[in-house]
Design a binder for this molecule. Structure first.
Ligand SMILES: *[C@@H]1O[C@H](CO)[C@@H](O)[C@H](O)[C@H]1NC(C)=O
Ligand SMILES: *[C@@H]1O[C@H](CO)[C@@H](O)[C@H](O)[C@H]1NC(C)=O
Length: 279
């Protein structure tokens, strides 16, 4: 008996009790009818009862991987997802009438902040996609986690190649809302790296974030300090060149009529062409 209760407790701890919801489809359907039809929700308007009040946009940046760093174009391609949350005054409901803690809706149905990548390579696009959902909570909290491949500009300094480090910024801003309308509010103090998968050519040495709510538009900058892993370049470029140099010198050490000299020249040639093949 005690064992059974323990198991039940563990079950409750693992599966957040708030997620165990017993409501009928009819209640949910009545709720969405009330929110979107009876109260005629307008997703084009900033969802504040008092329009003089700002919307505080909670932001978390989960970095997943560096896909590519194109040195010639100065383009960093990475995969990440954002954890965005805000309060919508018009998406609240009375829990006693509709006993629903939270539910999921397509992102296209609700108002979303125009939070965009400011130093991107491609034209502005809405984050997420039509099949992405937002999660609505009874008190009007909206959570949205757009997953994206971000292409950002990153100027490179290759003075110390291949022992160089680079700093790349990923900058997001509110595009058309002023800071007094929507302000960015980071809920953690750095980029979240918990699910980061390492890259073969680059190591992330450090990361930082900086939010600026003093300008007309709210801006958040995520900085990545990345260091090149030199071993690939050392083994494919530097070491072969050094060995070729040594072989060249050895050619002069051998007497002119030594048969080995030809062998050595042969090796050198073979090595040289081997390298040309690689590059
Ligand atoms: C849903 O709305 C209909 C029409 O207003 C009503 O008859 C019905 O009782 C409601 N269902 C629930 C579970 O509240
Ligand atoms: C947003 O509103 C809160 C309180 O409603 C206020 O403390 C904060 O300073 C405002 N932020 C901006 C950027 O106006």
């Amino acid at each position: 008996m005690a064992k059974c209760c323990m198991l039940y407790l563990v079950y409750l701890l693992i599966y957040d009790i708030h997620d165990v919801q017993a409501y009928s489809f009819e209640i949910l359907s009545n709720l969405t009818t009330e929110l979107f039809q009876i109260k005629s929700y307008d997703k084009t308007l900033r969802p504040r009862n008092d329009q003089s009040q700002n919307i505080s946009l909670d932001v978390k940046f989960n970095f997943l991987s560096i896909n590519k760093f194109d040195e010639l174009e100065g383009k960093l391609v990475c995969t990440a997802f954002l954890g965005l949350a805000w309060t919508d005054d018009f998406l609240t409901w009375d829990y006693s009438t509709y006993p629903i803690g939270r539910f999921t809706l397509p992102q296209t149905l609700v108002w979303k902040p125009d939070f965009v990548l400011r130093n991107g390579f491609t034209e502005f696009k809405e984050l997420g996609g039509s099949f992405y959902n937002v999660i609505l909570t009874v008190d009007g909290d909206v959570a949205w986690n757009p997953y994206q491949v971000f292409e950002t500009k990153c100027a490179l300094d290759v003075t110390y190649f291949p022992f160089d480090s680079q700093t790349c910024d990923i900058v997001f801003t509110m595009w058309s809302h002023f800071t007094f309308q929507v302000s960015i509010n980071p809920t953690v103090d750095n980029i979240i790296m918990g699910e980061y998968t390492s890259n073969a050519l680059w190591t992330i040495e450090s990361t930082s974030q900086n939010v600026d709510n003093t300008g007309s538009r709210s801006v958040i900058t995520y900085s990545l300090n990345i260091k090149r892993k030199p071993s690939y370049y050392v083994s494919t470029i530097i070491l072969p060149v050094v060995f070729l140099g040594i072989l060249n010198i050895l050619v002069f050490v051998l007497p002119a009529d030594a048969g080995e000299k030809n062998v050595l020249l042969h090796y050198r040639r073979a090595w040289f062409y081997g390298i040309s093949d690689i590059s």
